[in-house]
Design a protein. Structure first.
Length: 420
């Protein structure tokens, strides 16, 4: 068993925001007691206890580029002289990301020091079973489920488990992160198969094709990583073989792939020209905009792409972090957010395989969903990333200023032992 610090507890105060985001928030929205924004504000308040601890403020230092982003949003307000409400809304977006991200990493520290790997995975299995039951019910009785809701729910987004309404992509991402952790941490083979299998079932019951492709990619990459980590000798040869395989595949597929890319952007450009011909624009119209109108370096200002206050779209190509940041704030907006995320991942992973696994989920999610206010995604992403950083299998990690020597626990698990 993992040795934990008896002076620290994972009590009710720590559990409250988790219960809201992952268990009861969707129900409260479903019966009309809370809106999405109200639920987010309540969750942010419940995370407030994290910042009464030095660990919370230590983690916020990793969000320095997001704080710079807030300054950029403020300067952009004077450039466009747009309504102040638009600017305040974007500041709220960034605050959601900062608090959820820092909280996710602080919670990872608390899990590492109080719960340990075995108990974490025990809770994970119960969570996944509950989600599978809920998702199966929503899948079988979708129309009835929608008809009884006090809040509007789209048919495609009606399967979201116990998370906030229409959070199907966040549920899929949470399953992906749990699968990643089961493969990267010290988890016995039976639990690893159970967690991966249930996660796959949940994701394939959802209506998101992107999530299905993403979790398959994650499982393949994580399995490669698991094989790599288990090698006692020949890692150099394994790396060389992997690089050779990637290069060979790239060379073989280059001609056909380049043609596909050219056709894709030609189609995207045409879709952009016809963006107002239907109620919804093509999903890739904003990419076509880049090629049709050229790169917009500074963007059109806060809430140009979608204004949640007036419910107005520039054109509705679907929610996307990438689209919103590019159309609203141009290259600086994209750079500040994605460099922040990439630097965070590179600093908290040990090798290119781990970095690729986490960046894969991040990029696919943010391209097809609005990640800034999705507390479930941002929290899960940072919790998984930092928990792997603290308890991952390759080498002992630094927790605070102390190292965790590794010791063999029950059932063949390798668990961290906190130093006194």
């Amino acid at each position: 068993m993992a040795r934990t610090d008896p002076n620290e507890k994972f009590g009710f105060l720590w559990s409250l925001p988790i219960i809201l985001i992952f268990a009861v928030g969707g129900l409260l929205q479903y019966v009309g007691l809370l809106s999405q924004t109200q639920s987010n504000w309540l969750a942010l308040i419940l995370f407030g206890h994290v910042f009464f601890r030095m660990s919370g403020w230590r983690q916020v230092r990793r969000e320095i580029l997001l704080l710079v982003f807030i300054l950029y949003i403020t300067f952009d307000y004077f450039r466009h002289n747009a309504p102040a409400a638009n600017t305040f809304t974007y500041v709220y977006y960034i605050i959601c990301t900062i608090i959820a991200a820092a909280s996710g990493r602080v919670y990872a520290e608390r899990i590492a020091s109080t719960i340990g790997v075995e108990r974490f995975f025990k809770f994970t299995k119960w969570f996944l079973v509950a989600e599978l039951i809920t998702v199966s019910f929503q899948r079988l009785f979708t129309e009835q489920f929608i008809s009884l809701s006090k809040a509007p729910i789209g048919y495609v987004d009606a399967i979201f488990g116990t998370l906030f309404l229409q959070s199907d992509a966040a549920l899929a991402a949470s399953c992906e992160f749990l699968t990643i952790l089961s493969l990267l941490l010290y988890c016995n083979a039976r639990d690893r198969m159970f967690i991966s299998g249930i996660s796959l079932l949940i994701v394939f019951l959802l209506n998101s094709d992107t999530s299905k492709a993403s979790i398959l990619f994650v499982v393949i990459l994580s399995a490669i990583y698991s094989l790599h980590a288990s090698l006692r000798v020949g890692r150099v040869a394994f790396n060389a073989l992997l690089v050779l395989t990637v290069i060979s595949f790239t060379l073989i597929a280059f001609n056909s792939f380049s043609g596909v890319v050219t056709d894709f952007f030609t189609q995207a450009r045409g879709d952009y020209y016809h963006r107002d011909s239907w109620m919804y624009a093509s999903r890739f119209s904003p990419l076509g905009q880049m090629f049709a109108d050229g790169v917009d370096f500074l963007g059109g200002g806060a809430l140009t792409y979608y204004n949640p206050i007036t419910k107005e779209w520039l054109y509705n190509a679907g929610f996307s972090t990438f689209y919103s940041l590019y159309i609203d704030f141009g290259i600086p907006g994209l750079a500040l957010y994605y460099i922040y995320q990439i630097v965070l991942v590179l600093r908290l992973t040990r090798n290119y395989l781990e970095s690729t696994i986490f960046l894969c989920v991040l990029l696919l999610f943010s391209f097809f969903n609005f990640a800034l206010t999705d507390l479930a995604f941002t929290f899960s992403f940072n919790l998984a990333l930092y928990l792997n950083y603290l308890l991952g299998r390759s080498i002992p990690r630094v927790y605070g200023k102390e190292a965790f020597p590794l010791s063999t626990g029950s059932e063949g698990l390798i668990a961290p032992r906190a130093t006194k």
